[in-house]
Design a protein around this ligand. Structure first.
Ligand SMILES: Cc1cc2nc3c(=O)[nH]c(=O)nc-3n(C[C@H](O)[C@H](O)[C@H](O)COP(=O)(O)OP(=O)(O)OC[C@H]3O[C@@H](n4cnc5c(N)ncnc54)[C@H](O)[C@@H]3O)c2cc1C
Length: 426
């Protein structure tokens, strides 16, 4: 239940400072809210669902909706984590290179994600040749658009051993339709020292992201108004005049403003004229109730259904990105297919504990619209500030980044900056 609408109830001429209504408490909305309170503005944070986090949230039982990894290159996201006091919760489980098992021939290796790590033969990806390396580096330069698979047609082993898994992980899109230009932008960012470090939340998205963000905002006097689903934007003269939440409405004063930090389909419903992606790509996560004694681990698989296996004390989580073919599997069918792969990679890399033949109890989380599809089609370019007192945020609003936590933070901060530059008063 939302608290009473103080903006609507406030008498004319009230001395309350201008308010920025941030709608959507995913990472973009949380980042926008933080940037605004840090600039001394009053923020009201509205969220449709019972909790914050959006597509990076903890489920009621504490499980993550899906494994989230960050790279050292994700500077905005890491800065945001530091600002909310959560940076130390994100650990680098595989500093010596990602352990990868190829299920086709049962060989295993460690792979560095960045070309800077390939000086050592022990950390080179399978299929790396001089020609393949050249193609990879050329991808990092601006060039004509084509699919990732087309760009690497002459280097099928490198495509399979490195480029395809990287594409599916970073763009959540299969290589045959994924944008080589956008993958190039990712690779460009991996070239700096430390940029390819892979980090995961040691305990989970609840304690290591959402709770500290809400706690930090609470210190600035911002509470989460959960259950506030924005039904309609009432517009007048190129501005938002009121926010209609169904059971109540917020009338905006001339000095008030709005950040719309929503997924693309909701932004489109409210602002149909804004260009936004309409095709999305699913991610399937399977969480096994398999406790582990050892440190956090992150293992890769080639040639199977599973792509990444995150092992934490509370359980084992498996990610299948660009999961069009598997998102419809039942929990049981997914567990039967995936557990033998988990067991093999765990045993190959000597993870401690029992890895029984039969799958432990498992729960699938299906995010059918996990991210936009990052294809070779031109990307919609939404304006940051489509109305005088409204700025857009959301992972889909940053043209040169795939829809990720990094893009969400960048977008939230950019929306805050756009409003602050527009002169919203304190
Ligand atoms: C399973 C999965 C795995 C992923 N893995 C990674 C990863 O490893 N690394 C990475 O960087 N990124 C990853 N991502 C992507 C990342 O989660 C998203 O890019 C990011 O969380 C998007 O944040 P956002 O705030 O832009 O949007 P959302 O998280 O979608 O936030 C929008 C918020 O608005 C709320 N809302 C919707 N409609 C309304 C309304 N009408 N009124 C009020 N509120 C509304 C929603 O409930 C939600 O809380 C993954 C995503 C998924 C689903």
């Amino acid at each position: 239940m939302s608290p009473p609408d103080d903006a609507a109830a406030r008498p004319e001429g009230s001395l309350l400072p201008a308010s920025v209504h941030v709608v959507g408490a995913g990472v973009a909305g949380l980042a926008a809210a933080l940037a605004l309170v840090q600039a001394g503005r009053r923020v009201v944070l509205h969220e449709a669902s019972p909790g914050a986090g959006g597509r990076a949230r903890a489920l009621p039982d504490g499980t993550d909706n899906g494994t989230h990894a960050l790279l050292g290159a994700n500077r905005a996201a890491l800065r945001f984590l530091a600002a909310i006091g959560a940076r130390e919760g994100w650990v680098e489980p595989e500093a010596a290179g990602l352990p990868v098992l190829d299920l086709a021939d049962h060989t295993s290796r460690r792979v560095a994600l960045s070309p800077l790590g390939w000086g050592s033969a022990a950390r080179r990806p399978d299929g790396l040749s001089l020609g393949g390396l050249f193609t990879l580096l050329r991808l990092a330069l601006p060039g004509a658009e084509r699919s990732v698979a087309d760009a690497f047609a002459r280097h099928p082993a490198l495509l399979r051993g490195l480029v395809e898994p990287l594409t599916v992980a970073a763009l959540n899109t299969q290589a045959h339709e994924a944008s080589a230009r956008l993958l190039g932008a990712v690779i460009r960012r991996l070239a700096l020292p430390g940029a390819a470090r892979l980090l995961v939340a040691a305990r989970g998205l609840g304690p290591d992201l959402v709770a500290p963000a809400l706690a930090t905002l609470a210190c600035h006097g911002v509470g989460l108004r959960s259950g506030d689903r924005l039904r309609n934007l009432v517009r007048q003269g190129g501005r938002v005049a009121a926010l209609d939440f169904g059971d109540h409405a917020v009338t905006l004063r001339p000095e008030d403003a709005v950040v719309l930090a929503l997924p693309p389909w909701e932004a489109l419903r409210l602002l149909p004229e804004v260009p936004a992606p309409i095709a999305h790509s699913p991610i399937l996560n399977l969480h096994f109730a398999q406790e582990s004694e050892g440190p956090v681990r992150f293992l890769g698989l080639l040639g199977g259904l599973s792509q990444w296996v995150l092992v934490r004390p509370a359980g084992v989580s498996v990610t299948v990105s660009a999961a069009d073919a598997s998102v419809g599997l039942s929990d049981e069918a997914a567990a039967i297919r995936i557990w033998p792969e988990v067991r093999e990679v765990a045993q190959r890399f000597g993870l401690p504990g029992e890895w029984p033949l039969a799958p432990p109890p498992a729960r699938a989380v299906r995010e059918r619209r996990a991210t936009p599809r990052h294809t070779t089609e031109p990307r919609p370019a939404p304006p940051r500030r489509p109305l005088a007192n409204l700025a857009l945020a959301g992972d889909w609003t940053v043209p040169d980044l795939p829809a990720t936590l990094e893009a969400a933070v960048v977008s939230g901060e950019a929306a805050a900056t756009a409003l602050l530059r527009g002169g919203i008063p304190r």
